[in-house]
Ligand binder design. Sequence first.
Ligand code: RB5
Length: 162
Amino acid sequence: MKKILIGSDHAGFDAKKKIAEHLRSLGHEVTDCGTYSTVSCDYPIIAHRTCARYAEGGYDFAILICGTGIGVSIAANKHAGIRAALCNDIFSTEMARQHNDANVLCLGSRVLDISLMNDIADTFIATPALEEERHVRRQAEMKALDDGNFDELFGTGAVPGK
Ligand code: RB5
């Protein structure tokens, strides 16, 4: 059982309801961060509400849905500590967890049908991050980007071939 936040704009509202129902039927605890109707609503507001709640702690993952998934992913990734991945297929979803330790799944309700979105959500939740040294190092580099001390900690980085 995982604790999951879910949010969407108006374009993702129907998908949000269905994905939340699906995840609850599997025993997950799902908290709805809005929006609560199909009235037009700006995706940065929902992404911000959801990411701010996630940052308070106590949740395993968040799921954000808009028409394409692009708007919520751009907005979510402006928050420190958020690694949001827009996933349109199962392989990318597995990689987002294994290689990127993504903590926010972004979905496009006008791109994917509900069955694939549910499968992607299940895969995201079930796939662990790999703890291999190179992935852990890259996560530390990502954190340094958040913290504004990348150059201090990693210099210009070692780029093979240069
Ligand atoms: C809303 O019409 C749409 O622009 C929004 O849901 C999203 O797709 C933006 O990236």
